[in-house]
Design a protein around this ligand. Sequence first.
Ligand SMILES: NC(=O)c1ccc[n+]([C@@H]2O[C@H](COP(=O)([O-])OP(=O)(O)OC[C@H]3O[C@@H](n4cnc5c(N)ncnc54)[C@H](OP(=O)(O)O)[C@@H]3O)[C@@H](O)[C@H]2O)c1
Length: 302
Amino acid sequence: MAAIKNVAVVGATGKIGGPIVARLLESKLFNVTVLTRDRGRQRRFPPGVAVKEVDYDSVESLEAALRGQDALVSAVAFEAIDAQKNLVDAAVQAGVRRMIPSEYGNDTLNPKLAAFPIYQPKIAIRERCERKVAENPSFSWTTIQNASFLGPDWTLDFIVDVKQRRADIKDGGDVLFCATTYDDIAQAVIGTLTHLDETANRPVRISSVNTTQNELIAIAKELGATDGWDITHSKTEDLEVEALRRWAEGDHSDEVIAMFINRAFIGDGWGGYFPVRDNDLLGIKGLDREGLKAIIKLAIDR
Ligand SMILES: NC(=O)c1ccc[n+]([C@@H]2O[C@H](COP(=O)([O-])OP(=O)(O)OC[C@H]3O[C@@H](n4cnc5c(N)ncnc54)[C@H](OP(=O)(O)O)[C@@H]3O)[C@@H](O)[C@H]2O)c1
């Protein structure tokens, strides 16, 4: 496959979209165009990034913005996953050769997740991509599975809140899960766009660390957060039952979504731990225990 030169990014103003744009620019391998709902955000991007305003409801608007682009990296918000239907269609019509849909989480190919309503939109987008590939072999996709984001604002508050010294320990706390820094996720995008054949039409699975809730607490304690922990315990099996019941009753609150996410991230065998990873292929070095410790320290001090 010919090298990718022109890359469009949607959701570039978001948590993971920002680091992806920064790394694409830093690599000096690509011309970067950001598609946004609001061109006023142009101020947020460094010089050299082209910014185009788009209407996610209009395939025509998206197709026009994607003409001439080799790749489309989507980092749209969880609430906007459905909006990618038009993006997929527009990308194919515009001749985009690789799309990275917005996933950046658990392994949505894990059959257990198929029963979880919160993963349906991402699964539907991947299946749409698969159908488009069958019709247009010049189009291709890759999803990036990084399990949990790893940073002061994610994992280290949601899974173990090292600053507030608070954790709800799931299933005993020794279940291994993967966690990945924004930097390594952004590197996975570069690795994908520079290894087109090896990454075509499949998920790539990555992690910066494989850890457990108990390890995160132990490291926080080594760093001086010794006393005053507020620890509760729950079983992800119970969370799943409650989440499915409440969702069926129409409760789609953040609390219920968090129950599903906890089952999927920390439940043993549910897709939050990848025994086989694509780190080497994609140029991801990951973190040793000292590296993890440094991130936990940042989270404690923030
Ligand atoms: N694994 C994890 O731990 C983890 C954690 C959080 C998120 N994620 C996943 O990562 C992906 C990106 O999430 P994020 O948290 O980085 O996204 P975010 O910061 O919430 O938003 C990203 C961008 O999406 C665009 N957008 C388009 N339509 C939108 C709408 N209707 N509502 C809100 N934003 C909209 C916005 O860009 P414009 O305004 O420029 O259009 C926004 O800046 C998602 O797939 C999410 O599920 C994973």
